[in-house]
Write a protein that binds this ligand. Structure first.
Ligand SMILES: [Zn+2]
Ligand SMILES: [Zn+2]
Length: 157
């Protein structure tokens, strides 16, 4: 068993044993360094380093790149490639946050009807569909409005 303090912390410059070692930016050449357990905790509290919730690796914020996917921030882990907070792969993330699409059929008082496709943010409800549509087209001659969500890509032809 290793008893000596073989490592020097890049933050506090104190020697520490291997079991307290927390590698930072491990997979990034030229940017990687090692810090002790207690410095890792405080650096994480101050958001100087970010721990990936998916694989547990630590990275400094300068090596991380935020992307906007469907209006939500996706931060790919340099190690495992998943989002560092949501632990989702890019594909899962896109699926989770892709806008919902609704089919809206408006039947007018004169008997005519018209269909629309309305895309909504994931968190929006059905009531917001009418609000959004009313902001785009004149719904005052509408006698009835029917709304149905397009559940799957396979539902579109
Ligand atoms: Zn330290
Ligand atoms: Zn990761």
């Amino acid at each position: 068993m290793e008893k000596e303090n073989n490592y020097i912390c890049a933050y506090c410059q104190q020697p520490f044993p291997i079991w307290d070692m927390r590698p930072v930016n491990r997979s990034i050449e030229g940017k990687k360094f090692r810090i002790c357990d207690s410095c890792a905790d405080s650096a994480r509290d101050q958001s100087k380093i970010v721990q990936c919730d998916a694989c547990g690796e630590y990275f400094t914020s300068d090596v991380l790149h935020d992307e906007e996917i469907c209006g939500h921030t996706f931060t790919a882990c340099p190690n495992c490639g998943k989002d560092m907070v949501d632990c989702m792969t890019r594909e899962e993330f896109e699926k989770e946050h892709q806008p919902r699409r609704y089919v809206v059929v408006v039947r007018n008082t004169d008997g005519s009807q018209r269909g629309y496709v309305v895309a909504m943010d994931n968190s929006a409800g059905v009531g917001d569909v009418v609000k959004k549509l009313a902001g785009k087209v004149n719904l005052s001659p509408a006698a009835s409005i029917t709304i149905a969500e397009i559940l799957m890509d396979e539902d579109e032809f």
